[in-house]
Design a protein around this ligand. Structure first.
Ligand SMILES: Nc1ncnc2c1ncn2[C@@H]1O[C@H](COP(=O)(O)OP(=O)(O)OP(=O)(O)O)[C@@H](O)[C@H]1O
Ligand SMILES: [Mg+2]
Length: 271
């Protein structure tokens, strides 16, 4: 069953004359309509409909192999959908888009580049001058607590440090849309407990739209505004997380609303 009813689509033609009387609703940033994808004979996505407002944080969950990474790749424009349409900011996605930041599940730091140059990579691609891109990269390394590690290569960084460099690289291009594929999955519990609130703190107030793929139900509920469940190639549930912000992740697990949502997500995933 699809349940996107709580997400209003903003059609500029339908905005009433006296719009100031209407509660402010952020415009839709990411819109997927009936998106499908197949790998040779296997239909992985079969009519995905999803609409995400500008500034929303959406967690995408679903059993292993249900097509989450495939969906992120399509949104990132890495390859075209077989059917349906994907638009970001009203523009049809036909290839990679400069303002989309994508942190893929695999550790993708370039081993021959220092941390600083890894973070600056996206800016380099955009033709930003060296001194400016290094200043920006330094500022982002500082944000993730790695200001003393800018000269280190991938092999000299721990797993948690690599993830932090990857976060800094994803955010350094100042994306309006951030796609994160299991960014905390490979981390030990302690690093995870430090990085999740750090990311939330960097996001809150940033206005960025986030799609976070995760297998961790607690992570999904504690970070996101909505938890979207992908199953059998479609969005089957779209649950709103009405917990106030700013949130303190560790304190939420005993809140009744949190426990209720966790039960709903578990049921949706049949776990
Ligand atoms: N390059 C490929 N060629 C053929 N089949 C693929 C390819 N990539 C993924 N698949 C298949 O597509 C399906 C969806 O894969 P995808 O990686 O999108 O799943 P996922 O939901 O991200 O899984 P996980 O949670 O394990 O990361 C799986 O059945 C997978 O075997
Ligand atoms: Mg995946």
């Amino acid at each position: 069953m699809q349940n996107n009813s709580s997400v209003a689509r903003v059609n500029p033609r339908l905005v009433p004359v006296n719009a100031s009387l209407v509660p402010r609703q952020a415009p839709v940033l990411l819109d997927l309509e009936n998106v499908s994808y197949r790998y040779s004979e296997s239909l992985v996505l079969d009519g995905v409909n999803l609409s995400i407002n500008s500034g929303e944080f959406v967690a995408l969950v679903g059993v292993s192999g249900c097509g989450k990474t495939t969906l992120l790749n399509l949104i990132a424009g890495l390859f075209p959908a077989a059917g349906g349409r994907i638009s970001v900011g009203g523009e049809l996605i036909v290839g990679p888009r400069p303002s989309t930041g994508y942190m893929s599940a695999r550790d993708s730091l370039m081993p021959w580049r220092r941390a600083l140059d890894n973070v600056a990579f996206g800016l380099e691609l955009r033709g930003v001058a060296r001194s400016e891109r290094e200043d920006t990269a330094r500022a982002w390394l500082k944000q993730v607590g790695l200001e003393d590690s800018e000269g280190k290569y991938r092999s000299q960084l721990s797993q948690g440090m690599r993830q932090r460099v990857a976060f800094a690289r994803t955010l350094a291009i100042d994306p309006d849309l951030v796609l994160l594929d299991e960014p905390f999955a490979a981390l030990d519990a302690q690093t995870k407990e430090t990085l999740q609130p750090k990311f939330l703190q960097l996001w809150e107030g940033s206005g960025r739209t986030v799609v976070l793929v995760t297998h961790d139900i607690n992570e999904a509920i504690s970070m996101a505004d909505r938890v979207v469940v992908l199953s059998k190639g479609r969005v089957t549930h779209d649950l709103r997380v009405a917990l106030p912000r700013p949130r303190r992740i560790g304190d939420l697990v005993d809140v009744p609303e949190f426990r209720d949502l966790r039960r709903q997500v578990r049921e949706a995933l049949h776990v």
